[in-house]
Design a protein around this ligand. Structure first.
Ligand code: HEM
Length: 472
């Protein structure tokens, strides 16, 4: 049972008025019952606990990490991503992580900035027609396409480009099926569940066909390629490695493709949302992009200087963590702090909840990027801020995600002013990845008056310069 299901099915006890959002329910449990709170599932012994205290989170994720395995909540996606880095355990995980790690080092990431920047710029330039019509566009869909393109090339190399549309279509289909399962209370045990299972099987078969074809072609194009796949095939004869490790290679690249695209797109959605909500924050980012980048192409050095933008992204990840909760199943009896944990107990850790605890964050509901400045961060436990989890099984792509988010925001700021269509609900949809439940309709407005010598000046980014529709 996933943590989302736990939250949905848990007996609210004396809280019949609990809001339906399961994360708010978990938040309440943490507030009322402390940093290690059993969750009443109507069974005799508590088999589920919410761990929200940073010191205890550290024990689970770092000190005792070997006493846990990943939650069965990920079983849903196992059929799609297989035994890659997210779902493998023990020696296989260790070997995959050690092999992958160098490809995520800052120097490797910096070396990839050029092509990423071009790819993002191309995607954003393709938004021009949206700026010429008053019709709004669903930004969650656009960000999904953009991050899939990036993740696809980053993982599979240039061979992905010609398959991008087919894979986006299959990906969208799979997302829908998994999302429906994730958010429906009754699963697979009914006719609809059976139909979903068949649909999923067919979609995965199409996905496999794409990936295997790409693998077969890869040795011919790999010499000047950029993808993670090249890194996986670096030690040996690529054709032999592909022939002997087809399934494992497929699982490793699908794992990275799926973990990278969804999460980063959701993060970009929430960041755009807060920028729309807090116009003074948006203004400061515009100023920073203008001062640091102007019309230049981003370089690692320039991105590094965009400190305020980074704080905004971090603060958005605090209030709207794309992975709002994850869990671990205990493999043996032991203690966390003074709390007994028995074998098979599921511990739920929720970045969403821990990021909103008043014991660790001043005015936790306030959007305040400056809280990530050095002075105000001193003394805060690193385990109070866990959008990428922590410890040996933390997100391997955290630096990539931050770099891509900064890059996309900077390149958007060079081109457009995005404004949310007023009156829409931005209720988060709770599933493995947290999306705006009803999508996110925005108007794409071209920047007011471009100065021919610089991208724009802050005065020119007039909030009142909007297409008629965005002024609705
Ligand atoms: C804003 C974007 C992202 C967020 C919020 C995020 C968050 C997370 C979290 C919370 C986990 C831990 C899950 C668990 O323990 O159950 C995780 C693991 C993982 N993430 Fe990310 N992630 C993001 C982007 C990425 C990217 C860009 C990649 C790859 C290119 C990636 C690859 C992975 C992998 C492979 C794991 C499993 C690592 C392991 O178990 O060794 N993620 N991520």
């Amino acid at each position: 049972m996933s943590e989302q299901e736990v939250a949905r099915k848990a007996k609210p006890g004396g809280h019949p008025q609990d809001p339906p959002n399961p994360l708010r329910f978990l938040e309440k449990i943490a507030r009322n019952h402390g940093g290690f709170a059993p969750i009443n599932m109507g069974m005799s012994a508590a088999a589920f606990c919410l761990v929200s205290d940073p010191a205890l989170i550290k024990e689970v994720l770092v000190e005792h990490y070997q006493k846990y395995k990943h939650s069965t909540g990920y079983q849903q996606i196992r059929a799609v991503i297989g035994e890659g880095l997210l779902l493998s355990e023990g020696a296989t995980w260790k070997q995959q992580r050690t092999l992958a790690q160098p490809h995520f080092s800052p120097s490797t990431l910096n070396g990839q900035l050029d092509w990423m920047s071009k790819l993002v710029a191309d995607c954003l330039d393709a938004w021009q027609p949206y700026a010429e019509t008053p019709a709004p566009v669903d930004l969650s869909h656009q960000f999904n396409l953009l991050t899939q393109r990036l993740a696809g090339v980053w993982v599979m190399g240039r061979g992905f480009q010609k398959r991008a549309e087919t894979m986006a279509e299959i990906y969208g289909h799979i997302q829908k099926i998994l999302f429906a399962r994730d958010t429906s209370a009754e699963q697979s045990a009914n006719a609809q569940g059976m139909e979903e299972a068949i649909n999923l099987e067919q979609a995965v078969a199409r996905l496999d066909q794409c990936v295997y074809e790409l693998l077969d072609e890869y040795p011919e194009i790999m010499h000047d390629d950029v993808g993670f796949l090249k890194h996986l095939l670096a030690d040996g004869d690529p054709e032999t490695l592909i022939r002997e490790n087809r399934r494992s290679l497929r699982d490793q690249i699908m794992t990275l493709f799926f973990t990278a695209a969804d999460t980063t797109a959701a993060s970009l959605c929430w960041t755009t949302y807060v920028l729309d909500k807090y116009s003074e924050v948006k203004q400061r980012i515009h100023e920073e992009v203008n001062a640091v980048l102007g019309k230049q192409n981003p370089t690692p050095e320039l991105l590094k200087r965009m400190e305020y933008t980074e704080k905004v992204i971090k603060e958005s990840l605090r209030l709207y963590p794309p992975v709002p909760s994850f869990s671990r199943i205990a493999l043996e009896d032991h203690l966390i702090g003074s709390h007994p944990v028995s074998r098979n107990m599921t511990l739920i850790i929720s970045p969403y909840v821990t990021h909103r605890l008043a014991q660790h964050w001043d005015n936790p509901y306030e959007f305040d990027p400056d809280r990530f400045g050095k002075e105000r961060s001193d003394g805060r436990s690193p385990f109070a801020y866990i959008p990428f989890a922590a410890g040996p099984r933390s997100c391997i792509g955290s630096n990539l995600a931050l770099m891509v988010s900064k890059l996309v925001i900077a390149l958007i700021m060079q081109r457009y002013d995005l404004t949310l269509v007023p009156g829409q609900s931005m209720e988060p949809q709770i599933s493995t990845v947290m999306w705006p439940k009803y999508g996110m309709n925005v108007n794409v407005n071209r920047l007011a008056r471009l100065n021919p010598d610089s991208a724009f000046t802050s005065n020119e980014v007039s909030m009142s310069d909007k297409t008629p529709s965005s002024a609705l």
